[in-house]
Design a protein around this ligand. Structure first.
Ligand SMILES: [Fe+2]
Ligand SMILES: [Fe+2]
Length: 160
């Protein structure tokens, strides 16, 4: 990153990078969880749920991309090993339900992941409000997305 760009970051650079890494891990795991679940599920309501999972799994990958770019911009390295994704993750990974027709479980698992992301981004966005405006902005925008994801799943869950 450029000299001035670095200069305006008042937060501890290693701490910012480590917070970005955690979020990056969570986004990859959410992307994978949603993508795999979309292809795995079967049954009556599966088609609607599948479409939303495909769309949101792409959104989570896009979130990971934004976080990776910021990590690199700050002079850090995005997580290079798959096992490190699990180890760095704050929200963890939930495999699709063993019964592919258990859509209720799918919705519950996604809602859990979204709630965890909302909690994390809300804290992180607050944390860097005054000390790293660019990172703060990214966390805030991702927070907005996850809030809208959660709402969509809650509505879907009550309509199925
Ligand atoms: Fe996300
Ligand atoms: Fe999401």
């Amino acid at each position: 990153m450029g000299r001035k760009g670095k200069e305006i970051v008042k937060a501890n650079l290693q701490e910012v990078i480590s917070d970005l890494q955690k979020a990056y891990a969570d986004e990859w795991l959410a992307h994978y969880q949603y993508w795999l679940t979309a292809h795995w599920i079967r049954g009556m309501d599966a088609d609607t749920v599948k479409q939303i999972l495909i769309k949101q799994s792409a959104d989570e990958l896009n979130h990971a991309e934004r976080l990776a770019n910021r990590i690199i911009q700050l002079g850090g390295t995005p997580i290079m090993q798959f096992d490190q994704l699990i180890q760095n993750s704050a929200c963890g990974y939930k495999a699709p339900p063993s019964d592919p027709s258990n859509i209720k479980q799918v919705i519950q698992d996604v809602l859990e992941a979204e709630a965890c992301a909302i909690g994390a981004y809300s804290k992180l966005s607050e944390k860097y409000r005054m000390t790293d405006v660019v990172t703060h902005e990214i966390f805030e925008e991702l927070l907005e997305d996850e809030v809208s994801d959660e709402e969509q799943w809650e509505n879907l869950g009550s309509n199925l």
